[in-house]
Design a protein around this ligand. Sequence first.
Ligand code: TYC
Length: 113
Amino acid sequence: MTLRPVQMSDKTGGPGDDTSLLTKTRSKTQRPPLYKVMLLNDDYTPMEFVVHVLERFFGLNHAQAFEIMLTVHKKGLAVVGVFSFEVAETKVAQVMDFARRHQHPLQCTMEKE
Ligand code: TYC
């Protein structure tokens, strides 16, 4: 909140002659947009590999990683985390590169929340 003096008169000088007002300028707080990072199911990537990816790049413990892997397997996809644009972009690139290096077709994408 910024207090902005507004001069209401040009006749300034004398005591008690201050006709300025304090007006409140509402500044809307800007929150950065968030991005969902999602893992997609496929028929070939081994379950253990997906669990490893979730532990390694998303800091999940084994039980959490296994649960999300199973959700992707059953439902086709799942959100694995929500991040700023830059962090989401990095996670997607890390997962895609890791999967490619191991010759698995695992797909990871991001979408504005
Ligand atoms: N459907 C895969 C299988 O049966 C496992 C899998 C789970 C693959 C999650 C990708 O994002 C994925 N081996």
